[in-house]
Design a binder for this molecule. Structure first.
Ligand SMILES: Nc1ncnc2c1ncn2[C@@H]1O[C@H](COP(=O)(O)OP(=O)(O)O)[C@@H](O)[C@H]1O
Ligand SMILES: [Mg+2]
Length: 327
């Protein structure tokens, strides 16, 4: 770390850096680094992720994340941390440090019972802007031709591993894996989860683009809506608010869909979401905050909607609410 800081000119001769590890992630080492010139955040990718099952992932994703920060910065100023420098030799990059007092994590707010529908709308808008700006862009397609990473980090652990726990639905999972992996339309963030979103003074800030991939943008919306819907099972008293947040996010995103018919996009979101829901109970990276009965509820709703997919996001949200009420 100190060699990296010196090589990149962040730490001068005789100067001192104070390192504080940051917690909260599973796939990286992160530090708050106090330097004489100011504070930065330094991130390096781990080869073995900190989850219960063995989950190995290419460390080249550290470079991919930095490339994504550079890609996103001009499109949404203030809504991604400013990238400072990447160092391939150290496998580290430095970015702007966003102090937690001013940038609370959205997940913590949600689990604390604060459902901010306006924030959800802003997240949908932010993700939509990024998708639309990169759609059909040859340069982005080449820069984020990271199919191998995306397979290792998303298709395999979320779709193929989860299929093993649901042998009767194996063909549905396989179809979704094939379709998702072979759709190349826009730059996908790949981890749009409330734990990777900070609610800053200038709107939501998106972190953690290790999975960035020129692929299927429906993945991002299915992924994020899934997080909100699973939280409605944890917090049934807030199910209506969470549903409104999910709807606001999807609607705000949909206003940016100019690369394909919006119905085709919505159909893929609705088809993929139940598989991702099952992945959060029976896949490689299970959700930590549900009890056994709640996991069963997610499994039930996920299986129903995977076997008989909703044709669009609105119907998906209706049917998720109904499955919850019946459980
Ligand atoms: N630029 C930053 N400034 C301040 N805190 C950050 C920054 N980037 C990440 N963090 C904190 O570290 C946590 C983990 O970061 P993240 O990039 O999501 O790593 P991982 O890939 O391990 O999930 C975040 O939830 C956030 O709390
Ligand atoms: Mg993260």
């Amino acid at each position: 770390m100190r060699a990296f800081l010196r090589r990149q000119g962040l730490l001068g001769p005789g100067e001192h850096a104070e390192l504080t590890p940051l917690t909260g992630g599973v796939s990286s080492d992160l530090w708050k680094v106090d330097l004489p010139a100011g504070t930065v955040c330094v991130k390096g990718a781990l080869a073995q992720l900190k989850v219960a099952h063995e989950w190995l992932a290419p460390v080249s994703r550290n470079r991919v994340e930095y490339d994504w920060l550079r890609f996103a910065a001009p499109l949404c100023p203030g809504q991604v941390p400013r990238g400072i420098v990447h160092d391939g030799e150290a496998g580290l990059f430095a970015m702007e440090f966003l102090p937690p007092e001013r940038y609370p994590v959205w997940k913590a707010q949600l689990l604390d019972g604060q459902v901010d529908v306006a924030a959800a709308r802003e997240v949908g808008d932010l993700v939509g802007r990024l998708h639309s700006a990169s759609a059909a862009d040859q340069h982005s397609a080449l820069r984020f031709a990271t199919d191998g990473n995306f397979d290792a980090l998303r298709i395999e652990p979320f779709l193929r591993v989860t299929a093993g726990a649901h042998p009767d639905l194996r063909e549905r999972f396989a179809e979704l894996a094939r379709r998702t992996a072979s759709t190349h339309l826009a730059v996908v963030h790949g981890d749009v989860s409330p734990k990777n979103i900070l609610l800053g003074p200038d709107g939501p800030v998106l972190l953690d683009a290790e999975c960035a991939w020129f692929g299927d943008p429906a993945f991002d919306i299915a992924f994020c809506l899934n997080h909100l819907l699973i939280k409605s099972i944890k917090l049934p008293g807030l199910a209506a608010e969470l549903r409104a947040a999910a709807q606001a996010l999807a609607d705000a995103h949909a206003r940016h869909i100019d690369w394909e018919p919006p119905d085709a996009f919505g159909e893929r979101v609705a088809a993929l979401l139940p598989a991702l829901a099952l992945a959060r109970v029976d896949g490689t990276s299970p959700v930590e905050y549900l009890d056994t009965a709640q996991r069963h509820e997610v499994r039930k709703a996920g299986r129903l909607l995977l076997a008989d997919p909703a044709p669009a996001v609105d119907q998906l949200l209706d049917r998720w609410a109904m499955a919850g009420a019946l459980a």
